[in-house]
Design a protein around this ligand. Structure first.
Ligand code: WQD
Length: 351
């Protein structure tokens, strides 16, 4: 934002605000006093999330939340949003995010993820709003040469269209900031977001068979699936299984609010890693979740999954030094909150 305003006078557009990370960020924004407009087409989210947000934040804060059901690729719908609300900044989460599906449907992924961003950026500049935070991913680092990963670590070619869309949107936004010095762009590279709101009212609710480890483990714990499939135990890691930097979605949400406060009054483009700085193996996750749910979860060892890297974890010094942000929750907290969500909502929002 070109100038610093109090949260109560700052209107934030959150695309994809009904999704997993978006919804947790919306709660934090409302609790921090911001005005929030969510644009989501609900193609991969439930409208029930909005009731849950209201329940968590209460009446006073939920009055500061507006919801518009629309696709971010729909220019007319975005125009109407910018005409109706005095948007100061945008947090752009909306996008397709299934790695495997992106391999089968590259045209849909490029069209949606790049098209929505270009439409959004064009609508923003037409309305004089030049502040954006983008939901990027550690996937842009590919298979790392060195750990931990810092923001200066090289971007590597992506291994799937989903990863390329993150890579390319970063490039587009960097170029936008270079072309017009009034823009204020923050690229947040998430490591592996897991966990849920501690109330048990919001969490991750993937449609179909989960691709990601945590929702799969949680569904085994609740009895929806038989056993966890561990993709490879012959990696060069302490127990042979893949290592990732899992971050609690509440810490990740806070990272967006920290970025919003930090960027106010600045211009340019900055990249931040959002992780914990600690690596955890697949088997460690299964054991931690077993402790959280009170029973040993069954697992079977399978071959490696194509495209997986051995290990990655973040160096988050930059986010701490510049934005004063740091993850505070550990794996036990993440598994406890994820189990609380899953056990209270065995079939997700539609349960
Ligand atoms: C974690 C670890 C697997 C499932 C992906 C995307 C990334 C980001 C998040 C999101 C790995 C192992 C997994 C299972 C397993 N994008 N695993 N059994 O691959 O680090 O990141 O999701 O929107 O861009 O690439 O996360 O949770 O799939 O896997 O053993 O059933 O768990 O091999 O070591 P990943 P993940």
């Amino acid at each position: 934002m070109s100038n610093k305003k109090a949260p109560a006078d700052t209107c934030v557009l959150v695309t994809g605000g009904a999704g997993f990370i978006g919804s947790h960020t919306v709660v934090d924004l409302l609790e921090s006093g911001y005005q929030v407009v969510v644009v989501d087409d609900l193609s991969n989210a439930s409208e029930k999330v909005l009731d849950r947000i209201d329940q968590i934040v209460g009446d006073e804060a939920s009055e500061r939340l507006s919801f518009v059901r629309a696709d971010v690729c729909d220019r007319d719908a975005l125009e109407a949003v910018f005409d109706e609300f005095p948007i100061d900044a945008v947090i752009h989460f909306a996008g397709f995010k299934a790695v495997g599906e992106s391999v089968a449907k590259p045209v849909e992924y490029y069209s949606n993820n790049l098209g929505s961003t270009l439409t959004l950026v064009d609508a923003m500049r037409a309305h004089g709003c030049k502040s954006i935070i983008f939901s990027s991913s550690a996937t842009v680092y590919g298979d790392p040469d060195e750990l931990p990963l810092t923001e200066a670590s090289p971007k590597k070619p992506a291994t799937n269209p989903y990863g390329w869309t993150k890579w390319m949107v970063e490039q587009i936004l960097m170029d936008v900031a270079k072309a017009d010095p009034e823009w204020d762009v923050v690229l947040l590279r998430y490591f592996n977001p897991i966990g849920a709101h501690p109330s048990g009212l919001m969490g991750e609710d993937p449609k179909g068979i989960p691709n990601n480890l945590l929702p799969y483990v949680a569904q085994v714990a609740v009895g929806r699936r038989d056993a966890v499939h561990v993709f490879g135990d012959d990696y060069d890691t302490p127990d042979g299984t893949g290592v990732r930097d899992y971050i609690h979605v509440m810490d990740l949400a806070r990272g967006h609010v920290a970025a919003l406060g930090w960027m106010a009054g600045r211009t340019g483009c900055e990249v931040f890693n959002l992780g914990t700085g600690k690596g955890t193996s697949v088997l460690e996750i299964i054991h931690a979740f077993s402790a959280a749910c009170g029973r040993e979860l069954p697992y079977v060892i399978e071959p490696r999954r194509a495209g997986d890297v051995t290990a990655n974890w973040a160096d988050c010094t930059k986010a701490r030094e510049l934005m004063g942000w740091e993850a505070t929750r550990g794996i036990a907290d993440m598994c406890r909150d994820s189990w609380n969500w899953q056990s209270n909502n065995p079939n997700g929002y539609e349960g």
